[in-house]
Design a protein around this ligand. Structure first.
Ligand SMILES: *Cc1c(COP(=O)(O)O)cnc(C)c1O
Length: 225
């Protein structure tokens, strides 16, 4: 068994256990394999093992990999990092789901550039109110959601949490719970929350999409300067 196959098997066992503990069917949680900074060959290997959902942070890297991997059947790209308006076209052209919407300006650009089925988007929420982190303050979420209603090619389906990286995943539980509550108030069904550090807690709190990189692909190579 390859190293990747071994890691996937271990990860799948943890996902199954977390779903069982939460009394949820395994199919209610989609694994998004975060492949940022890993080579396209890593995605090909994961695709061969049956994975179809891949998460990329950087719009240009997403554009390049989508081009390189156009031959892989059924592959779904998730754009999981905030994007600048000028790069929104790459997300509009490739992504199934955009997890990191935080401005109307970007939404308008996605709407203008999207062809085919509407791009499903999630608003990224900064629950811990860290100034250094991406995402909107909770009170800014509903106003943005209302402004999206007029856009034909962008469809709001959920919310994303990018809480602090913590040693103890329990620290993030209140953030995940608050995100679910906010999504519930807004009638949104998709919750993108949980990474390698805390996906089990996120699943207990209702995550429908978990974004896992390191547990699957190992440590990321350092980014090019
Ligand atoms: C890199 C990244 C992840 C994956 O983090 P791991 O700790 O490697 O699982 C998840 N979400 C976002 C937004 C990321 O940038």
């Amino acid at each position: 068994m390859s190293e990747l196959a071994g890691r996937l098997e271990a990860l799948e066992a943890r996902l199954t256990a977390a779903c069982a503990k939460a009394g949820r069917p395994r199919e209610s949680v989609r694994l998004v394999a975060v492949s940022k900074l890993h080579p396209a060959s890593a995605i090909e290997a994961a695709h061969a093992l049956g994975l179809r959902d891949f998460g990329e942070n950087y719009a240009q890297e997403l554009r390049d990999k989508a081009r390189q991997l156009a031959h892989l059947a059924g592959l779904r790209w998730h754009a999981i990092g905030p994007v600048q308006p000028k790069n929104a076209k790459y997300v509009a052209a490739t992504a199934t789901l955009f997890h990191a919407l935080e401005s109307l300006e970007v939404a308008r650009e996605l709407d203008r550039r999207r062809q085919g089925p509407p791009l499903e988007v999630l608003i990224e929420v900064n629950l811990a109110q860290e100034t250094s982190k991406a995402g909107l303050a909770p009170e800014q979420v509903k106003p943005l959601a209302e402004q999206l209603a007029g856009l034909k090619n962008v469809k709001l389906v959920g919310l994303t949490a990018m809480p602090p990286l913590v040693e103890d995943a329990e620290v993030n539980r209140p953030h995940f719970r608050a995100l679910k509550q906010l999504a519930g108030q807004m009638g949104l069904l998709q919750l993108s929350m949980g990474t390698t550090a805390d996906f089990e807690v996120a699943i207990e709190e209702g995550a429908t999409l978990v974004r896992v990189g390191t547990a699957l692909f190992g440590e990321r190579p350092t980014p090019a300067p």
